[in-house]
Design a protein around this ligand. Structure first.
Ligand code: NAP
Length: 471
């Protein structure tokens, strides 16, 4: 049986457990979500925008209580949780506002295709399954749900098993906002139920944000069932610092980029690749900043870094650090697993890494930075691109020509220059290589789950086929 429960990572206490849905209950939930699609597809985009704006208002009004639940379930600081709720409300309003333009018919060159009229129409496809992770338990879901519902699709959420309360409250928010019953349905099931859900003919597509193994598993099922997927997987983002960079600022932003969300972000900078001319200055400042972060109770406003979300997660991070140290790496700060309650881990900087160590190529999902010394632009790019991931990337340089080169040469879904990777509703988000495929956010995110329909209109039935290729 899957263990679906709220366990406070700051204390290790199990606060609430849930029974997984039975097969019959799951089937009923799919049925409700499919019936809701038949209703939602008939609504206007303006009507859906009113509901989406109402959902944003509810999130704003109930921000503090939602944030408290998130912090209790997965350990992010309360301030970060509050900011996440606000960001979700902003994204909901963004899609409410932009959907009419994103979904508007797009005219094509009618003459070129021998039509009197030709255009592209964006239409919903049906029930979309969302398999989501716990690390941004509200934001990860909202960045799928807002564009999907605005397009007229309905959503079936299988959230991570450690954030059931957050999952249920989202369903409640959309219901109270006015969306038809079943338009957004949370199913309390373990990952073992995903095959059954995605094999159901009423479910048309899936989006998964999570680890590489989970991505492979969903992609396999979707391949067998011929269903569209969007995959947002792991990352080990490079953060390159070149000689012309503002080193103080880079070291400051590097600290946030590594430790935000207690170090558990897919787009956290994880590998700090520093030119030898500024290596010592950067390393000293970065390690000092990391060591100065306050680790503790995530509800305390003075805390910078709360606990990791699970004991298993902390064990894994510590094992990666130990592997590096046992094989000759140097720890500049942190690296000791605390004793006592809660799954805390200190901000840690490790250098003198070699390709034989796990930290060289694996994602480290905690506040642990790998520090790499390079002696040229070419070497920086080789190290930056030298993993199987390609999610985000950061480069620090004040040289305009070098900025251009980084923008082209970094093999990732985004490049942030003189800043840290973050997501905005206005900008597409996603990865390359083993970080996944497809895009969320922006107009592209909305259209991933649309039928992009070509409409061709001739003068009459006889002329439609004349001279035209059937495809
Ligand atoms: P995870 O184990 O893959 O869990 C994520 C979700 O997938 C959960 O709902 C989980 O359900 C489900 N799941 C796990 N194994 C599955 C399988 N074999 N088949 C179907 N579903 C499965 O990920 P995590 O370790 O909790 O989260 C951290 C990972 O997510 C990191 O690699 C991180 O980089 C990545 N992430 C990526 C992004 C992005 O946008 N690219 C954003 C955030 C996080 P259960 O909880 O029931 O196991």
């Amino acid at each position: 049986m899957p263990h679906i429960a709220t366990t406070n990572p700051a204390t290790g206490q199990v606060l609430k457990t849930y029974e997984a849905m039975s097969t019959e209950q799951l089937d009923g939930a799919i049925e409700r979500t499919d019936l809701a699609f038949q209703q939602l597809r008939e609504t206007t985009v303006d009507q859906r925008a009113r509901w989406m704006n109402a959902a944003a208002d509810l999130l704003d009004a109930e921000r503090d209580e939602i944030a408290r639940i998130m912090t209790t379930e997965m350990g992010k600081t309360y301030a970060a949780a509050q900011a996440e709720v606000t960001k979700c409300a902003t994204a909901a309003r963004f899609y409410a506002d932009k959907a009419p333009a994103f979904l508007a018919d797009e005219p094509a060159d009618a003459d070129a295709v021998k039509a009197t009229r030709a255009f592209i129409r964006y239409q919903p496809i049906g029930v979309v399954l969302a398999v989501m992770p716990w690390n941004f338990p509200l934001w990860q879901v909202m960045r799928f749900a807002a564009p999907a519902l605005m397009a007229g699709n309905t959503g079936l959420l299988k959230h991570a098993s450690n954030v059931p309360q957050t999952a249920l409250l989202l369903e409640d928010v959309f219901r109270r906002a006015g969306f038809p019953e079943g338009a957004f349905t949370t199913v309390l099931v373990g990952s073992d139920a995903v095959d059954r859900i995605l094999s159901d003919p009423r479910v048309r597509a899936a989006t998964l944000t999570g680890s590489e193994p989970a991505g492979r598993s969903i992609a396999q099922i979707a391949g067998r069932e011929l269903k569209k997927t969007v995959l947002e997987l792991g990352g080990s983002d490079p953060f390159v610092v070149m000689p012309s960079a503002d080193v103080d600022r880079a070291a400051e932003v590097a600290t946030t980029a590594r430790c935000q969300n207690n170090g558990q972000s897919c787009i956290a900078a994880k590998r700090f690749i520093v030119h030898t001319d500024v290596f010592d200055a950067f390393a000293e400042k970065f390690a000092a900043n990391m060591a100065a972060l306050r680790v503790g109770d995530p509800m305390d406003p003075d805390t910078d870094v709360g606990p990791l979300a699970s004991e298993r997660g902390r064990d894994e991070v510590h094992a990666q650090v130990r592997d590096a140290v046992d094989n000759g790496a140097t720890v500049l700060c942190g690296g000791e697993r605390p004793t006592g309650d809660g799954w805390f881990y200190p901000p840690t900087v490790v250098t003198d890494l070699t390709p034989q160590m796990r930290m060289w190529s694996e994602e480290v999902f905690g506040p642990v930075a790998g520090l790499f010394r390079v002696s040229s632009y070419e070497e920086a790019i080789a190290v930056a691109n030298g993993t199987s991931f390609g999610l985000g990337s950061n480069a620090w340089t004040r040289d305009p020509a070098e900025q251009e080169r980084f923008a082209t040469d970094l093999d990732a879904g985004n490049v942030f220059i003189n800043g840290m990777t973050t997501s905005y509703p206005e900008l597409p988000f996603g990865g390359v290589k083993n970080s996944g495929y497809g895009r969320e956010l922006s107009a592209l995110g909305m259209r991933e789950f649309c039928n992009t329909k070509t409409v061709w209109v001739g003068e009459g039935a006889a002329s439609a086929g004349a001279g035209a290729h059937a495809e």
